[in-house]
Design a protein around this ligand. Sequence first.
Ligand SMILES: [Zn+2]
Length: 239
Amino acid sequence: MTDIGLHSVTGRPTWRGLVVPYLTVWSGEQIDLTKRPFAYLTGDDGRERLSIAHTEGSALAADRVLLEQRDGFGLLWFSGLNNPGVGEPLWAQVHGLRQRECMVGRHCQVCGNPFPSGRPVTFLVPEQDVPKDCGPFETPHPPVCDTCRPWSLMQCPHLREQATFVWVTARAYRPTSVLADLYIRDRQTLGISEDLGVTLPLGHDLLRYAVVKQLLVTIRGYTVERAQRTGFAWQGDRP
Ligand SMILES: [Zn+2]
């Protein structure tokens, strides 16, 4: 097993010698599937909006509205639990509220530390996401601080699978869209139809029916630098 001693560098939890990014979901944060979130609509026609409750077994525990948490944009976020470091990391899953914290608060997605105010921030994004003319573009990937740059390149399983990434450095960016699941009432059956993994701009009317999972920001006025991989070689278990 490779242990590159990152814990002392970043202060992040490690698992089998690998730093677990601040964004990563841990198994101890998953909702029990037998208590799967239940979406329902409240309010009058035209003003109705989505709420979330848990089911316990087959019975709706309407008094346990555990997940409803609307933010400053009026968005209902899927919060899950917040137990980083409990259980095992689920490497491919992003914790929605920590992702939002990183985007809004300018925190590093690996160590969770905030960037100094007034300083540029750097994002690691697939080269194909960046327009050739360096025009504005959206990304769901929060910034990475200078300290965590090498580790993000070495460790992220997504990065190892994709060909080319670039560092994008910008002084400013702003939230523009969200990744969400929609639960909309079918007017004929009165049931709720699901439309999962939809990207919608902030302010869109359908966001009343959305459970938001990630915040996307638009970056403009940036510089681009090819991300160079290091000579780090994987040994032992792969996450
Ligand atoms: Zn960092």
